[in-house]
Unconditional design. Structure first.
Length: 218
């Protein structure tokens, strides 16, 4: 794990205890957006889907998704976040949820069960959900990360839903249409839509702009 990734991991771990309170409103918006962007899937058909939640944090999205789809596979680099999620899984008996702590770009350094599980998932995932996570992946690891995520998706029908901070004065490293499309292409994905949505509820009384990207496996 690079020094940059270690720094990001520590920062996310430090927020684990308050993350549910901070992000529940945004989670609800993201879930609504996910189904809007995959409106080709009927509510009845959702029950058969396999969803991969990349950057799952404490499991806010997992908690909702698991009630709507067949299986959720959740992964994050922050062990404290994952601990909170595993506590929820045990307490709620979430039988259709698998949880892993690993760095996607460096699966060779992950426990063997993680690599085995992701190898078995290749080509079987309907939706990869990336809620405010890809911009935090170190730039040197983004291509490899996207390649891993793309490999999990079903060919031609698998869809990646990606939200992040849009580039602005306060977020100079944020996403743009150009940077997102380049990232998707290097990962083996084809951009479907890229846009910036305004006045999104980010949590509490906070609203702001959100970059939304949708891509499919080539």
């Amino acid at each position: 794990m690079s020094l940059e990734q270690q720094k990001v991991t520590r920062e996310w771990d430090a927020m684990a205890g308050e993350w549910d309170d901070l992000a529940s409103g945004y989670r609800d918006w993201f879930l609504q957006q996910l189904w809007k962007e995959t409106n080709y899937v009927t509510p009845e058909a959702r029950a058969n889907l396999v969803v991969f939640d990349f950057g799952c944090g404490t499991g806010l999205l997992v908690e909702k998704l698991r009630q709507q789809v067949a299986k959720v596979v959740a992964m994050d680099v922050a062990p404290t976040m994952i601990q909170y999620l595993n506590d929820k899984k045990r307490a709620g008996d979430w039988n259709n949820v698998d949880v892993y702590c690993a760095v996607a770009a460096h699966l060779d350094q992950a426990p063997s069960d993680v690599g085995t599980a992701l190898e078995e998932l290749k080509g079987k995932v309907d939706i990869v959900a990336c809620s405010s996570v890809l911009s935090f992946v170190p730039e040197n690891d983004r291509e490899a990360t996207l390649q891993v995520l793309a490999s999990l998706l079903k060919p031609h029908t698998g869809t990646l839903i990606h939200t992040d901070w849009p580039m602005s004065e306060s977020h100079p490293d944020g996403m743009t249409e150009e940077s997102a499309k380049k990232m998707y292409q290097k990962g083996g994905l084809q951009a479907q839509t890229t846009k910036v949505m305004s006045q999104v509820k980010l949590g509490g009384d906070h609203v702001g702009d959100v970059f939304v990207g949708v891509a499919s496996r080539i």
